[in-house]
Write a protein that binds this ligand. Structure first.
Ligand code: ADP
Ligand code: MG
Length: 273
């Protein structure tokens, strides 16, 4: 968490001092993300039904649950891609501000990795990674390139710098997508089924990168069915069904001693499928 990079990132907080809500955001002890009675519907379909959740700084939290239970919607609300109907949603103590400028600042602070990697096919791996820092943060090209190389090193594919996404395996492309998100130096990383589109032999290499990230103290929310990863790398598992958080706790407790029938059935299905 307290890498020099990050400290620098936060230091030009002259801006924060001028911010009327700086007092709240300076509350470094509070959770990174906080949902209170969050409701979200699409028409008559209640997708998030009074969701209460806290994501502590530095924690890695897995969101699990059946298809259609509201997992992606929850992530999309957290990074402001969807607005909530009622309740409270705070990032670093501040309610999400949906005005254009605040929203782009929020998105720069939250990295997102999807099932589909969404890399730009006409750009090299390196150019995919430097694009955000270059255009979005005004980082000089030389510095952005240096960082991109470090990140490719970190995700284990430094030799792919000059290749195009189509020349990479799915697992390699997803690692580039992770590097691209990290290049923005986010405070929070959201992963939405990052390994669901991968061939089985490539899942491990992506999960290993995510595990290292979690161990390095990155705050992460991960929607996944990879329960081995949850147990090995995550602090908490949140089980959501039909828009409601049915159960949450430490992964080991969830797997071996889930209290609710729905959670036990889910675990059985996942483990024995
Ligand atoms: N943009 C949307 N418009 C209408 N319905 C949506 C939209 N996004 C999601 N939904 C519905 O919300 C429910 C939850 O979807 P989602 O959050 O994607 O679930 P999950 O990620 O757990 O599979 C589903 O019934 C889905 O059809
Ligand atoms: Mg989903």
């Amino acid at each position: 968490m307290n890498s020099p990079d990050e400290a620098n990132d936060r230091a030009p907080g002259g801006a924060a001092a001028a911010d009327p809500e700086a007092e709240q955001s300076a509350d470094a002890a509070g959770p990174m993300v906080e949902l209170r009675k969050v409701r979200k519907s699409f028409g008559d379909n209640v997708v998030l039904d009074d969701v209460d959740l806290e994501i502590a700084r530095g924690s890695a939290v897995v969101i699990a649950g059946p298809s259609g239970s509201g997992k992606s919607t929850m992530l999309r609300c957290i990074n402001g891609l969807e607005s909530i109907d009622s309740g409270e949603l705070r990032f670093e103590g501040r309610p999400i501000d949906y005005s254009g400028k605040a929203l782009s600042r929020l998105r720069a602070e939250i990295g997102m990795v999807f099932q589909q990697f969404n890399l730009f096919p006409h750009m090299t791996v390196r150019d995919n990674i430097v694009l955000g820092p270059l255009k979005g943060k005004g980082v000089p090209r030389e510095e952005a390139t240096r960082r991109a190389r470090q990140l490719l090193e970190r995700v284990g594919i430094p030799e792919k710098e000059n290749e195009f996404p189509a020349d990479l395996s799915g697992g390699q492309q997803q690692r580039v997508a992770i590097a691209r998100a990290l290049a923005m130096e986010p405070k929070l990383m959201l992963f939405d089924e990052p390994t669901s589109a991968l061939d089985p032999e490539m899942i491990r290499e992506v999960l290993d990168v995510m595990r290292d990230l979690a161990r390095g103290g990155m705050t992460m929310v991960v929607v996944t069915h990879e329960m081995g990863f949850a147990q090995e790398a995550c602090d908490q598992i949140v089980f959501i069904d039909d828009g409601e958080i049915v159960e949450q706790g430490r992964p080991a407790d969830f797997f071996h001693a889930a209290k609710s029938t729905r959670a036990r059935e889910f675990v059985d299905k996942i483990i024995h499928h």
